[in-house]
Ligand binder design. Structure first.
Ligand SMILES: Cc1cc2nc3c(=O)[nH]c(=O)nc-3n(C[C@H](O)[C@H](O)[C@H](O)COP(=O)(O)OP(=O)(O)OC[C@H]3O[C@@H](n4cnc5c(N)ncnc54)[C@H](O)[C@@H]3O)c2cc1C
Length: 375
């Protein structure tokens, strides 16, 4: 069935990128529709540490996570497979908040101004300057502009024939909340053979444990509890954690096929933002800030173009893609290099020694994978 036909901007995906863009645009009078496949609140596989660079922007949207219980984090602890650690202050700091709460709060805000429907988008077509967006249940919506904010991987990537989707990825990720005595102001990154595990507190007081692991390291063990006991727990920090921590989820959430391949910022006239445009290696702890930043970039450009009169689609596409690349491409590259070095025993050992001798080096690397506060 065809639904309302006059949306200015239709956003596919109501995660951080989609909801921030919806809030920004709709508060400025743009007619926005968000289509999200899951109802809120829901848990997501994510480290749940968010860089403070997004705080000024979120506050400009009248949304302050700290007033909703987010926990301030200003210390970073990293350990190698044997448990040797480096602790350093975070140049900009960040906050801890579960995606369960953060996405739900943003949805509550965004839905005051924008329309949000729960459905799964299956096909996006562009014809005669108009998009038709079709959902699995047959509903179709029309809009002048479409934003792809549907995350790292979706059936849509297949329909849009994006290059990365045909390549298999060797990564899986696991996340759960635990009760565990852990310092509030710290985000920890503990390495193990074949991956790394982040620990940080959320607004509920629960500790979020989220790890990324290669299939090849996981495959011989076949189940998560054996893998955690026999591989992750070789790192003494994780050994203590998995021995003492009380799980608060019935079972951990898992995702697979996490691709760090290059993607396009604009594909078939669709403005991609957040993980749909490119996923940074999670050890950088900056994917959420990038998703929110991309929402700001697109929203400001769209509103500027609209203010000037007729929007020139091609100009907007070129300007958005150029700006997206200027802000994020080198962060993605540096994140990739760090992850590669960290997961190879020799370079990890050397890198770790250098970091222990010069903690400023660690802070410098953090700076290169993060941005400045978004004013
Ligand atoms: C293991 C791991 C740990 C991480 N840890 C951190 C961290 O600590 N800090 C950090 O900053 N970043 C971290 N990240 C990255 C961060 O999770 C992402 O960068 C961020 O969630 C991107 O937000 P988004 O809005 O692009 O996508 P999402 O938050 O994934 O939102 C996409 C939305 O689109 C919806 N959707 C998908 N397909 C469709 C469809 N066809 N129709 C309708 N809706 C659809 C989904 O349901 C979802 O709600 C981590 C990532 C991983 C994999």
């Amino acid at each position: 069935m065809t639904r309302n036909s006059n949306y200015d901007v239709l956003i596919v995906g109501g995660g951080l990128a989609g909801l921030c863009a919806a809030l920004h645009l709709s508060r400025a009078g743009v007619k926005v529709l968000v289509i999200e496949r899951h109802s809120y609140p829901h848990h997501k596989v994510c480290g749940e540490y968010i860089s403070n660079e997004v705080l000024p922007y979120l506050k400009s949207l009248d949304f302050d996570p700290l007033s909703h219980g987010a926990i301030s984090i200003d210390n970073f602890l990293i350990s190698n497979e044997s448990g040797d650690e480096i602790s350093t202050s975070l140049p900009l700091g960040g906050f801890g908040m579960s995606r369960y709460t953060l996405d739900h709060l943003l949805y509550s805000e965004a839905s005051k101004y924008a329309e949000v429907v729960f459905n799964t988008v299956e096909v996006i077509q562009f014809n005669a300057e108009e998009f038709t967006v079709q959902c699995v249940n047959g509903d179709a919506y029309h809009a002048s502009y479409v934003v792809g904010a549907y995350g790292k991987r979706s059936g849509l990537d297949k329909t849009l024939q994006r290059n990365f989707i045909s390549k298999r990825s060797p990564w899986l990720a696991v996340k759960a909340h635990y009760q565990y005595p852990f310092p509030e102001n710290t985000v920890a990154l503990h390495n193990f053979k074949g991956g790394y595990c982040g620990l940080s507190k959320t607004e509920t007081g629960a500790v979020n444990a989220c790890y990324l692991a290669s299939y090849s390291s996981f495959k011989p063990y076949g189940d998560l509890s054996r893998f955690q006991k026999e591989v992750l727990s070789e790192n003494p920090h994780l050994n203590e954690f998995f021995n003492i921590a009380k799980p608060l989820f019935e079972k951990p959430l898992t995702i697979s096929q996490i691709s760090f391949q290059k993607k396009e910022a604009v594909k078939d006239q669709i403005f991609m933002m957040g993980d749909s445009a490119g996923l940074i290696h999670p050890l950088c702890g900056n994917g959420m800030a990038m998703a929110i930043h991309a929402a700001k970039i697109f929203s400001e450009m769209y509103l500027d173009a609209r203010k000037k009169g007729d929007i020139n689609r091609l100009e907007l596409e070129t300007e958005y893609a150029t700006t997206w690349n200027a802000y994020f491409r080198s962060r993605l590259r540096i994140g990739g290099v760090i992850q590669k070095l960290m997961l190879q025993p020799v370079t990890a050992r050397l890198g770790f020694k250098a970091g222990q001798m010069f903690p400023g080096l660690v802070r410098n690397l953090i700076k290169h994978t993060h941005g400045s506060p978004l004013q």
